[in-house]
Design a protein around this ligand. Structure first.
Ligand code: NAD
Length: 292
């Protein structure tokens, strides 16, 4: 029997309905500013997808498309202007950036109240703080929050279960571990330097894979009946073939896992939906509370 498919569309739909309802009850229209630099095709398509979804959800968007040659001081000046503009509620700097631009100073330059990606150190600290429950209004990275929403939507229990996260990036792996810990899982984080990856992944009741390595996880690395969340996205293009999307988890895992997210159509829609909800939360914080 194959694994249950944990599709993202219905879970994303529930988040978007919530975002739209909360946005319409505000006195202002939440305004999300998206910044991209250069011509990376993936960045371009992510920005377009986010902008389209924001408009459908009832949010206002502005895109700043900057040349590949944009400098760090120029970007910092733009961020300072957007931070000071009370008509802007959310700011997102699309990754990847051109290689000459360091990411950390840009994350630190976004006003924490407008940090809809949850990358500012203040928001990272809040996410890791035990005094803040996962459901408290913290601006946290969209993909990990989206994964938790997906698991909850499909009725997959997390509390008290063994969760293993493959990957420790600032964008997915680390915040994923914090989100799962906040949801009362027992969490292990494995990474490139971990030894005996298969023994560690086999311990998981819930395995979240964000390694950026196509088909890294094979059937022998998964405990029978486990829930497997595949965050990886890879564009595979053979000569004369259309581009196909695939993940970090080998398709054969469907024969062992109890439940599995598809690629595409699994985690991806949740990331965008959670961004909408984060933008509404940021706007609510600024309009109703005006606190950092
Ligand atoms: P990254 O390259 O920044 O981090 C990858 C992590 O995986 C690193 O911490 C590394 O130590 C670990 N890793 C790599 N090879 C490993 C191995 N063989 N064994 C154990 N650990 C290993 O990548 P990222 O930004 O975290 O993204 C991961 C994947 O998720 C990518 O494919 C990316 O495209 C995808 N992604 C998807 C979404 C979405 O919305 N679905 C969002 C963000 C990222």
């Amino acid at each position: 029997m194959g694994a249950r498919v944990l599709a993202g569309a219905s879970a994303a739909g529930a988040l978007l309905t919530q975002a739209s309802r909360r946005a319409s009850s505000l006195s202002i229209r939440p305004h999300l500013v998206l910044i991209r630099a250069g011509t990376d095709p993936a960045s371009l398509s992510y920005i377009r997808g986010k902008q389209r979804q924001a408009e459908i959800t009832g949010l206002r968007t502005t895109v700043h498309a900057l040349p590949e040659s944009v400098t760090l001081p120029e970007l910092l000046t733009l961020l300072a202007t957007l931070n000071a503009d009370s008509g802007v509620h959310g700011i997102l700097v699309q990754l990847p950036l051109p290689p000459h631009l360091p990411v950390a100073p840009l994350h630190e330059a976004v006003d924490p109240r407008k940090d809809v990606d949850g990358f500012h150190p203040l928001n990272v600290g809040r996410l890791w703080s035990g005094t803040r429950a996962v459901d408290a209004p913290v601006l946290a990275p969209c993909t990990p929050l989206g994964v938790l929403a997906l698991l909850r939507h499909h009725g997959i229990p997390v509390a008290g279960r063994r969760a293993v996260v493959v990957g420790r990036s600032d964008i997915v792996g680390r915040p994923m571990a914090a989100v799962l810990l906040g949801a009362d899982a027992t969490v292990t984080v494995v990474h490139r330097r971990s030894t005996d990856l298969a023994a560690l992944t086999r311990e998981a009741d819930v395995l979240v894979v964000a390694a950026g390595q196509p088909w890294l996880i094979t059937a022998d690395m998964v405990r029978p009946g486990a829930t497997v969340v595949d965050v990886g996205i890879h564009r595979i293009s053979g000569e004369g073939q259309p581009v196909r999307l695939t993940g970090d988890v080998h398709p054969e895992v469907a024969g062992v896992a109890g439940a599995l997210t598809p690629v595409p159509g699994g985690v991806g829609p949740l990331t965008v939906a959670q961004l909408m909800l984060n933008t509404v939360l940021a706007a609510e914080r600024q309009v109703n509370w005006n606190v950092v």
